[in-house]
Design a protein around this ligand. Structure first.
Ligand SMILES: Cc1cc2nc3c(=O)[nH]c(=O)nc-3n(C[C@H](O)[C@H](O)[C@H](O)COP(=O)(O)O)c2cc1C
Length: 173
């Protein structure tokens, strides 16, 4: 199972559109997958203690643990991932062992294309997560309202979906 997590809290989120599109493309190649939108989850902030026992945290940690691949869709904020995505990893870190992680990013401009690298490094070093060496980075001109209008971006999401399917099956099963 491939778990897709959208982490933007913006009701007009573009990274959520990326997440929805990768869900469709994975379903199109018969991959079992599920989309979780953190805007609807109400996760607590990580306090390194009682938060780990909260039902919402236990539930999403279980989903991450049982997935062969986890796709994190994130806005780029301040040249990095958003705080909701960072908070998710703080809450669920150990669950990222024995999984393949991939990233979909929505950004304002081209200059922040390395925004996910800090998270990718920390997942690799802390939890031995396998990081998919292909990610999707999209900027505002690829969207019109709630639509992805850029065919090249749709192709790149498709390649990403195929790679996530291939690598997670090969490494995790
Ligand atoms: C607080 C904040 C910080 C941002 N920082 C960056 C940035 O460092 N680099 C960038 O390319 N875009 C930046 N942006 C633009 C967002 O990445 C862009 O609006 C993107 O669509 C957000 O993803 P979302 O639509 O899924 O929420 C920032 C936006 C906000 C609100």
């Amino acid at each position: 199972m491939i778990l897709i997590i959208s982490s933007s809290l913006n009701p007009q989120s573009r990274s959520l559109l990326l997440a929805k599109n990768v869900l469709l493309q994975l379903q199109g190649i018969d991959v079992e997958c599920e989309l979780v939108d953190l805007a609807e989850e109400n996760l607590p902030r990580c306090n390194a203690g009682s938060c780990y026992g909260e039902p919402a945290v236990v539930s999403i940690a279980e989903k991450i643990k049982s997935a062969s691949g986890v796709i994190l869709a994130t806005p780029v904020y301040n040249y990095s991932i958003c705080s909701e995505a960072k908070n998710l990893v703080e809450l669920t870190g150990q669950a990222w062992k024995e999984t393949v992680a991939g990233f979909l990013c929505a950004a304002g401009g081209q200059g922040s294309y390395m925004a996910i690298m800090h998270l990718a490094n920390s997942l690799m070093l802390d939890f031995r997560t396998f990081v998919l060496p292909r990610f999707v980075y999209a900027t505002g001109e690829s969207f019109a309202g709630s639509e992805i209008t850029d065919n090249d971006l749709l192709d790149r999401i498709g390649q990403f979906a195929n790679e996530m399917n291939r690598v997670s099956k090969a490494l995790i099963g």
